[in-house]
Every structure is written in C-alpha cells, then in structure tokens.
Design a protein around this ligand. Structure first.
Ligand code: NAD
Length: 371
C-alpha cells in the first residue's frame, strides 16, 4: 500500500529524531512492500526564519492533503531564542496550536509505559513500580484554557491578565467517547480527571462523562480531582488504565507520567480527529540543550511512527514489529544517555546484560535492523 506522510522535522532535536523514525519506517516499507511518500512541511522556528510566521496557510493545506503527519518538535530556548521576543501569536508554539485547531485534532493519546529494562531509570521506589505500569492519558486538545479568549490590560491602574476556560457539552462528549472506546481495547477502566469542586467547566465535564459511561457498561469508571491524580500518579501508577482529562490538566499530568517512565525521550503521542487522520509526535519538546549533539533519544518518535501505522493506516502487525524491535534493542542493553541507569556507566552489567551507551543514529540503526 502507498501512504502520504507529511513530515514536520521542526526545530532543535526534531530533525535528528525524525530522521531515525523515517529510517525505521523505510525498514517497514521494505519488509512489507509498502511505500511511504514523504512531504516536508515547515512549522515552528524554522518556518519563522523562512517565512516570518510559525505556520503558513499553504503548510496547513499541505498537511490536510496527507494521510497522516509525523512530527519531531518545535521551539527553542524560551529565554534566549529570538523567536520568543516575537508576539505570542508569532512564536513557534502558535504554529502547533494553529495546526491542531485547523485539523480538528481534539484527541491526544499519550501512553506511559514502563519497560521492565528501564525500571532503573524510573525514579519511583521498587515496591511502587512492581511489575511496571501501562497507562494512557487521553487529553482533550482543542478546547479549554489554551484556546479561550485572553487579554492583558490595565484595570484601575493595575496590569491584569485574563485567560478563559470554556468547554461545551459536545467537545466533552466526543473526547469522552474516544476515551471509553480506547479503554474497551485495553483493561476497561477510565479515570476521568477534573476539578469539579471548584470549576463550572469541570462540573459539566463530570456530568457528560457520566452520560457517556452509561453507553459502556463493561468499562469501570471513576472521577478523580486533578490534585489527587497528580499525587496518585507517583503513589500508585498501576491503578490507572485510561486517564481522561481536559487540555491543561492533561498537559501537566502527561509530563508527570512521562517522568515516571524514566525519560520523556521514550514517550510517543498521537493527536486524532474524527477521521483516520492523525498527527504523531514525541511527547517531549525540542530539547535545545542537547540539539545537534547526536545524543537525543529517538525512540519516542519511532514509537509515534508505530502509532501512526496502527491508528491512521490500520497496520497493526507493522506497528507491533516496531514496538518489538524497540523492546529487543532495550533487552540487548542499548541505551541513549537519558535512559542510562543513573549509577551505571557504559560497559556495566545490569541483570547479566551489558549496558551500552549509544547515540541517536546508532539506536535508530539498531531498531531498523531488528525490524
Ligand atoms: P523539552 O521536552 O524540550 O526538554 C526537557 C528536558 O528533557 C531537557 O533536559 C531535554 O534535554 C530532555 N529531553 C527531551 N526530549 C528528549 C529526548 N528525545 N532525548 C533525550 N532527552 C530529551 O522541554 P523544554 O526544555 O521545556 O522545552 C524546550 C522547547 O520545546 C520550548 O521551546 C518548548 O516550547 C518546546 N516544546 C515543544 C513541544 C512540541 O513540539 N510539541 C512540546 C513541549 C515543548
């Protein structure tokens, strides 16, 4: 089969990690007789440099014409990069928000899976980790605080900033359905996270989730306040299967979840609309501190490519092939620096396997070979 894949390499480590994901996709194409036709799309800081804006209308149209889009990451150092001296609507992140909105990518899936080989990179205690955990954060992506009206103005001589958090029942219902659908394919549990003791938007969220839950009698569901959820994620992450939540809570909780898996460099994500189209990207950012050093972990982007095969192209076997190849490379002891056990140097042994520190390209090669 032939597939049109838009590629947003972006900024910082983006181009480095995307190159490795393409390498692995090409190995899949060769093995299974598929063809991935890549089209580059400019977004983020590189687009500002080339066009003056973080995302052009032409880039949006190109993205819409693809079957799916694979992305690295965008942005630079927010303290030193000249991109952050621009007005907020001209900064790199504005491009991503615009793309998500234009493509109606309302459902963001962020799996947090602890590989048993990486237990040592997990900061939690052994008795909390147990046999590991496997949860998925389902974050609403096109509503809430990040898309509400905002302004900064003087009120009675005092500079005052306002952001607004709005959700309507339709926005809540469609993300809740996605969450329960995914739970049906997993361990059939949904934890809906809100702040219903304070926020009106959360009280509506809770009411609609309860309505949707009635359509899924097999799924066990519960409500949890966001502050409690932040605590429970480090206290007992094994209790979670699908964590369903709104935009800002999901943003924060998914970074917390990423940390307990050992590294943000391992975490993939998918952003889906009502069709098969999706935008696939690592959960982390452009990591300007390590850009260009050849040490970034490309596994999150490679696993995002696997999600693309599964959710946009229905290529489940091929997706599993990539996931197994990643597992194998970890079992063989290969690690990028971010997932090296803290107390071990390259050459040390862990559970009878020699740990070998490798760079971005090498780990990409190894995974592609295992495919
Ligand atoms: P970050 O995720 O880029 O980096 C946080 C830490 O994680 C850094 O120490 C970095 O080196 C490390 N890290 C991240 N990805 C890694 C990888 N693949 N391998 C190894 N280590 C990795 O977050 P930040 O520093 O807060 O943000 C940097 C820039 O990225 C900012 O401009 C921010 O706005 C942007 N950003 C973009 C996206 C996106 O493109 N979707 C998401 C988050 C942040």
């Amino acid at each position: 089969m032939e597939y049109k894949v838009g590629v947003i390499s972006g900024d910082g480590i983006g181009p480095e990690v995307v190159a490795e994901a393409k390498k692995v996709l090409d190995a899949i194409a060769q093995k299974y007789g598929h063809k991935f036709n890549y089209t580059s799309i400019l977004m983020g800081g590189c687009s500002i440099d080339a066009t003056g804006v973080p995302l052009t209308d032409e880039a949006i149209e190109t993205a819409k014409a693809q079957d799916a889009v694979l992305m690295g990451s965008i942005g630079g150092n927010t303290s030193t990069s000249p991109w952050y001296k621009l007005a907020p609507n001209l900064r790199p992140e504005a491009g991503l928000l615009k793309l998500r909105k234009s493509l109606n990518l309302f459902a963001n899936l962020r799996p947090a899976y602890l590989y048993k080989e990486l237990k040592e990179a997990c900061p939690l205690r052994e008795d909390i980790i147990g046999d590991g955990f496997d949860l998925l954060i389902m974050r609403e992506l096109t509503g809430g605080l990040y898309f509400g009206a905002r302004e900064t103005k003087e009120v009675n001589g005092v500079v005052t900033a306002t952001d607004t958090l709005t959700y309507n029942e339709n926005e809540i219902r469609r993300i809740a359905k996605r969450g329960f659908d995914i739970a049906m394919k997993r361990r059939k549990k949904v934890t809906s996270v809100d702040k219903a003791n304070v926020l009106d938007s959360s009280r509506l969220w809770r009411k609609i989730v309860e309505e949707v839950a009635k359509e899924y009698p097999e799924v066990k569901y519960e409500h949890m306040l966001v502050d409690n959820c932040a605590m429970q994620l480090v206290k007992d992450p094994k209790q979670f299967d699908v964590v369903l939540t709104e935009n800002m809570f999901g943003d924060i909780l998914s970074d917390e979840a990423s940390m307990i898996t050992g590294s943000i460099g391992m975490l993939s994500s998918a952003s889906l609309n009502e069709t098969k189209f999706g935008l696939y990207e690592p959960s982390g950012g452009s990591a300007p501190d390590i850009a260009g050093k050849g040490i970034a972990n490309p596994i999150a982007t490679i696993l995002s490519a696997a999600m693309m095969l599964r959710y946009s192209f229905d290529l489940d076997d091929e997706a599993e092939k990539i996931e197994n190849a990643v597992q194998k490379v970890l079992e063989e002891g290969y690690r990028t620096i971010d997932i090296m056990p803290q107390d071990k140097k390259s050459g040390a042994s862990s559970k009878n396997v020699k740990i070998k520190e490798v760079g971005t390209k090498k780990i990409g090669d190894l995974i592609a070979e295992r495919v």
